[in-house]
Design a binder for this molecule. Structure first.
Ligand code: NAP
Length: 268
């Protein structure tokens, strides 16, 4: 563990590129030791050497394909057993473009495996370990598409709605155990994900596209401010609070012992 700051180790999935690699830089600068997880071992190693030299922290590379069960279990096991880990950044993810009717369904399944199954298993492992110690932070990277299913591939936005839902439930469950859970909802951010999904980031209107450094700095500012859900581009926090208030107002009527009157008009 880094002796100067004692912040412990951050385990970052999807650390070889984009948002994950940028978090790695920022967390190393804050004094976290790091465990970097992704498939591209050479890229991870290069980043690790750079961060060790620049920030004097310890950086370990843990190559893994999180869609493969054996690799996923290795990372999960590390979270369960390494008491130096104080932060999980559940970030690795992929996107698929296009409509469901003509999609590559095997690719969609891989996306669910990565964006949902691996996120869930790693979150559960961190929750158990951190909860047992009474401290720790879990950051789950969702997307604003969790709130806008009409705008993009429905399965991708569905996976991100899942991450938001899971995060809000985890906040309730883990706060009493001293564990913080933050969901981050990026909008369109300049990373490789767009090209990997078969599109181009340059097709997006410039006013919609955030630079990755700005995104991560804002998300960490949200974390520092104690936010549970951070939407870096949303100007008015009150808009999110209003959405939550509207959702919670439905609560008393979501489960009752009789159908609503409008469904009884043809009865009898
Ligand atoms: N960029 C955006 O506009 C945007 C918006 C909202 C949310 N997000 C979310 O932000 C997160 C990070 O995305 P990004 O934009 O930074 O994308 P990115 O630049 O494509 O980076 C994705 C990272 O995930 C890793 N990864 C991909 N498949 C993996 C697998 N099977 N096993 C392990 N690691 C894997 C990649 O590394 P390897 O290839 O080396 O494995 C890479 O490090 C994702 O969850 C994404 O859904 C992004």
């Amino acid at each position: 563990m880094n002796q100067q700051t004692n912040l412990g180790t951050a385990l970052i999935t999807g650390a070889s590129a984009g948002i994950g690699a940028t978090y790695a830089q920022r967390l190393a600068a804050r004094g976290h030791d790091l465990i970097l997880v992704a498939r591209d071992a050479a890229r991870l190693q290069q980043l690790a050497e750079q961060l060790k030299a620049r920030h004097g922290v310890q950086v370990e590379v843990l190559p893994a394909d999180l869609t493969k069960r054996a690799d996923l279990l290795t990372v999960e096991q590390r979270l369960r057993t390494d008491a130096a880990i104080t932060l999980l950044l559940n970030n690795a993810g992929m996107a698929v473009q296009g409509q469901l009717i003509d999609t590559d369904i095997d690719r969609v399944e891989s996306m669910i495996q990565l964006n949902v199954i691996s996120v869930t298993r790693l979150a559960a492992a961190a929750a158990a370990a951190f909860g047992g110690r009474g401290s720790g932070t879990i950051i789950n990277i969702a997307s604003v598409l969790a709130l806008a299913p009409e705008l993009f591939n429905g399965v991708y936005s569905g996976t991100k709605a899942y991450v938001l839902n899971l995060s809000q439930s985890m906040q309730q469950e883990l706060a009493p155990r001293g564990v913080r859970v933050q969901a981050v909802l990026p909008g369109a951010t300049r990373t490789e994900i767009w090209d990997r999904a078969g599109g181009s980031v340059d097709d997006l209107p410039a006013e919609m596209l955030m630079e990755v450094g700005d995104l991560v700095d804002a998300a960490l500012s949200g974390l520092d401010q104690g936010e549970l859900v951070t939407i870096p581009s949303l100007p008015a926090r009150a808009d999110w609070d209003a959405l939550q208030a509207a959702r919670q107002a439905l609560g008393p009527n979501l489960s009752r012992n009789r159908p609503a009157d409008r469904y009884l008009v043809h009865a009898g």
